[in-house]
Design a protein around this ligand. Structure first.
Ligand SMILES: Cc1cc2nc3c(=O)[nH]c(=O)nc-3n(C[C@H](O)[C@H](O)[C@H](O)COP(=O)(O)OP(=O)(O)OC[C@H]3O[C@@H](n4cnc5c(N)ncnc54)[C@H](O)[C@@H]3O)c2cc1C
Ligand SMILES: *[C@@H]1O[C@H](CO)[C@@H](O)[C@H](O)[C@H]1NC(C)=O
Ligand SMILES: *[C@@H]1O[C@H](CO)[C@@H](O)[C@H](O)[C@H]1NC(C)=O
Ligand SMILES: *[C@@H]1O[C@H](CO)[C@@H](O)[C@H](O)[C@H]1NC(C)=O
Ligand SMILES: *[C@@H]1O[C@H](CO)[C@@H](O)[C@H](O)[C@H]1NC(C)=O
Ligand SMILES: *[C@@H]1O[C@H](CO)[C@@H](O)[C@H](O)[C@H]1NC(C)=O
Ligand SMILES: *[C@@H]1O[C@H](CO)[C@@H](O)[C@H](O)[C@H]1NC(C)=O
Length: 544
């Protein structure tokens, strides 16, 4: 009788998670994991439906590998059981985990053991949160596998919002551990400057809350821009910002005979804008002539965006540059803000949108389609000039022309310069050592996002990226201080100093402490002793 009951219990408990495929039967760690996961979680073997679903989630074609086994956890406890199972599974030496699948370092896919966080996608708007030693008056908490569209769908019309990506498909996980530049970053700071607590599953399986001031403050610091190689973040707690009451977008296609004037106007905007809620993008890309219709061609698109400051305070904060006109008492209108930017330009097409903040990201999503080999790379600069913009634009056009000559069709390939408000309106860190990613000095982001089909052209694309990076790095060296590259736009060959400046040594020590066996080692890996010993390290401290 007793053995019958225990047999039934065992049968029930081994059938909790949903499993697909044969790989589980041959691996005791996976059999046990299936009994530990919560109901509804899943384990899927290569060639099964959920594994194939996973392989199709990656934005850049070259970043997707077929995992031998994919686990879909639902809770932090599930993630904890999974990392422990991976340490005893024969597949676990080749571990990776994926959030939104938009990362550009090959870190989030593996042919071995993959943890797919996409079923941990819930978001909450919380008030008076007490977590560890922090208190957050208004927080947006989002689970580690959500996308930004899923977050904004929840925060929309609540009066509160998070600083999130400008494209809805991007995952919160890579974004929030690698910097986090959103539309509202100029007004309220980057995501890493607004996160007050991370719930993290360590490689030991222990679930901890890291804050700036508790016993995991070193882990907290590393997650502020050091990327996803210290543990798996299961929930982010970001201090909320007031939701803008309107979002006005202008998308202008500029005739070629006005390109030089457009560059001068852009530089003027960068030097004179005094509204933290207004920003712009200068871009050159390969798009249909009228963005939606017409033949593909090299197109200059200028985008201006103004969010209505819900507190009506955009005028009251910092006096950013000495030479900047004082801020007016009231936020300027959209037309007044972008009048100078459009002055004297031959505009081929103008599209103006006024949308709720909750759907603002959907305006940029179509510009970044799936289905190509892709890059998403670029350094930053603190000061722009028209000649700098002419040089990078020529570099982009050369890339387009040569791609076409090689038989590629670089549809949606783009080079963008993104404006950032000085000192993020008072929300930037005081020093470069305050966060893993040095960003005390305000900088504007450049982005080279090529698109191509053939693996044969991988090297050609990377050469163009190197050439574009060199223009920005040389330009920055001639106009101002060292500016670290943006971690979420890390270039294929960038060394540690380029992205993390003087913080690489400390990051390496924290990597050794929290991942002593270097089990997280896909993509870019800090050179701890264990990572070096196994041949995985590729981010070294600068030679002294
Ligand atoms: C089309 C497009 C638009 C973008 N727009 C923006 C933008 O507006 N602003 C901006 O700042 N960046 C932007 N990015 C860059 C983006 O932030 C990074 O590519 C980021 O790494 C993507 O995160 P992900 O979770 O989607 O990627 P993934 O490929 O899933 O993960 C990237 C890295 O983060 C790790 N990771 C994922 N989830 C977690 C987690 N929960 N805990 C710990 N580590 C985790 C992964 O293991 C991997 O190392 C964009 C990228 C693309 C391709
Ligand atoms: C992954 O598997 C699919 C289906 O079997 C296959 O078409 C694809 O080429 C594989 N991808 C890689 C990178 O091996
Ligand atoms: C990513 O991995 C694939 C498959 O292993 C490889 O072909 C490709 O070169 C890698 N890409 C990068 C950017 O490392
Ligand atoms: C979000 O998570 C739920 C389970 O928690 C899952 O059913 C759903 O498919 C997830 N959404 C996506 C887009 O993966
Ligand atoms: C697109 O190009 C073709 C061939 O050059 C031309 O005949 C056609 O008129 C072009 N279409 C538009 C909308 O410009
Ligand atoms: C803003 O400018 C556009 C185009 O010049 C014009 O059509 C529109 O009426 C202006 N809006 C306001 C509120 O002035
Ligand atoms: C690219 O090709 C176009 C069209 O032929 C030409 O006008 C332009 O000068 C070329 N630009 C570069 C940088 O090669």
């Amino acid at each position: 009788m007793y053995s019958l009951i225990s047999f039934i219990l065992l049968t029930i408990s081994t059938a909790r998670a949903f499993t697909q495929g044969e790989c589980i039967k041959h691996d005791f760690a996976l059999i046990r994991l299936a009994s530990q996961l919560s109901p509804g979680a899943a384990i899927s073997c290569r060639h099964s439906l959920l594994q194939e679903y996973n392989a199709n989630r990656y934005w850049g074609e070259q970043y997707s590998k077929n995992a031998t086994v994919v686990v879909f956890p639902l809770t932090a406890d599930d993630v904890s059981h999974t990392v422990q199972a991976a340490s005893s599974s024969r597949l676990g030496w080749d571990l990776a985990f994926v959030g939104g699948g938009h990362g550009q370092t090959n870190a989030s896919s593996t042919s071995g053991f993959l943890i797919d966080l996409s079923w941990m996608n819930s978001t909450k708007v919380l008030h008076d949160v007490r977590l560890g030693d922090v208190r957050i008056p208004n927080a947006i908490s989002y689970q580690g596998g959500a996308t930004w569209k899923q977050v904004t769908d929840v925060t929309s019309n609540t009066g509160l919002a998070a600083v999130g990506a400008r494209v809805g498909d991007v995952g919160v996980g890579g974004f929030s551990t690698g910097g986090g530049i959103g539309f509202l970053a100029g007004a309220y700071g980057y995501a890493i400057d607004r996160i007050r607590a991370f719930e993290v599953v360590l490689l030991s399986g222990k679930i901890v809350v890291a804050t700036k001031t508790n016993k995991y403050s070193d882990l907290f610091w590393a997650l502020q821009g050091g990327g996803g190689q210290f543990g798996i973040v299961t929930t982010f707690y970001q201090e909320a910002v007031p939701e803008p009451t309107s979002s006005e977008f202008g998308i202008w296609i500029i005739a070629r005979d006005s390109w030089e004037q457009a560059r001068q106007n852009t530089v003027h905007f960068f030097h004179s804008n005094n509204d933290p809620f207004s920003l712009m993008y200068y871009s050159l890309g390969y798009y249909p002539q009228h963005l939606l219709t017409g033949n593909l061609t090299t197109t200059m698109v200028i985008v201006g965006i103004r969010f209505a400051d819900p507190r009506g305070q955009s005028a009251s904060t910092v006096d950013a540059y000495g030479d900047r006109p004082r801020q007016p008492a009231e936020q300027m209108t959209f037309n007044a803000t972008f009048n100078g930017l459009l002055q004297g330009l031959d505009i081929e097409q103008a599209s103006i949108y006024n949308v709720p903040y909750g759907v603002a990201t959907e305006l940029s999503t179509p510009f970044f389609p799936y289905g190509y080999r892709r890059g998403f790379w670029g350094p930053q600069t603190s000061k722009v000039s028209a000649s700098y913009l002419a040089a990078t634009s020529d570099g982009m056009e050369a890339y387009i022309n040569q791609s076409l000559a090689r038989g590629e069709v670089p549809t949606s390939a783009v080079w963008v310069l993104q404006y950032m408000y000085p000192n993020q309106n008072g929300h930037g860190p005081a020093s470069d050592s305050d966060t893993a990613w040095p960003h005390a000095q305000t900088a504007h982001q450049t982005l080279f996002s090529p698109a191509w089909r053939s693996a044969v052209d991988d090297g050609f694309v990377i050469q163009h990226n190197d050439a574009l990076n060199k223009i920005t790095h040389d330009h920055q060296a001639s106009v101002g201080p060292f500016i670290a590259d943006y971690p979420n736009y890390i270039s294929p060959k960038a060394d540690g100093y380029r992205v993390w400046g003087g913080n690489v040594e400390r990051l390496t020590a924290i990597k050794a402490k929290y991942d002593p066996e270097c089990r997280i080692h896909q993509g870019r890996v800090f050179a701890s002793e264990a990572c070096i010993a196994n041949g995985w390290a590729n981010i070294y401290p600068p030679k002294s």
